[in-house]
Design a protein around this ligand. Sequence first.
Ligand SMILES: Nc1ncnc2c1ncn2[C@@H]1O[C@H](COP(=O)(O)OP(=O)(O)OP(=O)(O)O)[C@@H](O)[C@H]1O
Ligand SMILES: Cc1ncc(CO)c(N)n1
Length: 296
Amino acid sequence: MQSGLPLGGALGSGGSIADACSVPVALTIAGSDSGGGAGIQADLKTFQELGVYGTSALTAITAQNTLGVQGVLPVAAEQVGMQMDSVAADLPPDAVKTGMLFSGEVIETVAERAVRYGWKKLVVDPVITAKGGARLLREEALEALRRQLLPLALAVTPNVPEAELLAGFPIRSFADRERAAAAIHSLGSRFVILKGGHAEEDRDRAVDLVYDGSGFLRLESPRIATRHTHGTGCTFSAALAAELARGASVPEAAAAAKAFVQAAIEDGLGLGSGHGPTNHFAYKRRMARRESGEHV
Ligand SMILES: Nc1ncnc2c1ncn2[C@@H]1O[C@H](COP(=O)(O)OP(=O)(O)OP(=O)(O)O)[C@@H](O)[C@H]1O
Ligand SMILES: Cc1ncc(CO)c(N)n1
């Protein structure tokens, strides 16, 4: 895994940063959250915190805050495609993640570009509803997600309600979660990371399951008692994509993403009067304190 940005030395030798910089690049294809805790804003903040240059293709503009989603304006699929073309032509991404895609046409456009540009490190966060229940994916687009996008994914990162919809059966136990991960894996993604934020049977632990088609890896952390978890899923999948862009394997990237989101929830900001955002600064600050010898 790369440990930092190779900027050092470039300035003193007369070269420009632009000439010398080989920073990893990630692309997020997602919706805008005006409240800044989820969507494209969470993704770009996470990329930045992890030392990855962030680019974006916007799929929808949501009017949103910690209380809910007040409005959704979809971006036309053609315009989403043009944004991907602009980025791919000039700033080829090392990893790509998708979030809110909203329509079947946008999903089809993303799948077509993923093939055209050979995006191998594609993370699909199958965003379906927001925490308050607002729909971020049209009902009729679920099949397009299952059939067109998942076969192209390196990793898909459903939460429990999304996994129920993708697998087609309810999840009530840990064994159900394993069965759902296997069912989703059969749709074609190389890895399934079934997140446990919503899992009601785990009161004390937040357990994410990583499945590669043969074995399960469990990523566990203490469950934090807080309502400030807006955007945890976006933040997790963005951290996963950033670590993949830096050269990590999927299990390594998933463990790092779990640590990133745990710090972001633990050091919450207390903003807003509903489900507040997480703290995207927290992980990097902790790492810096750890490196300076502090016990964190
Ligand atoms: N209360 C919590 N304490 C610790 N970790 C949590 C908590 N809630 C969620 N997580 C972690 O956050 C990550 C995202 O999981 P979650 O299931 O909440 O995703 P999500 O529902 O897609 O999020 P959102 O829809 O808010 O973006 C996972 O790694 C999960 O384990
Ligand atoms: C734009 C957007 N994407 C994803 C989510 C899911 O958290 C959200 N609430 N808003």
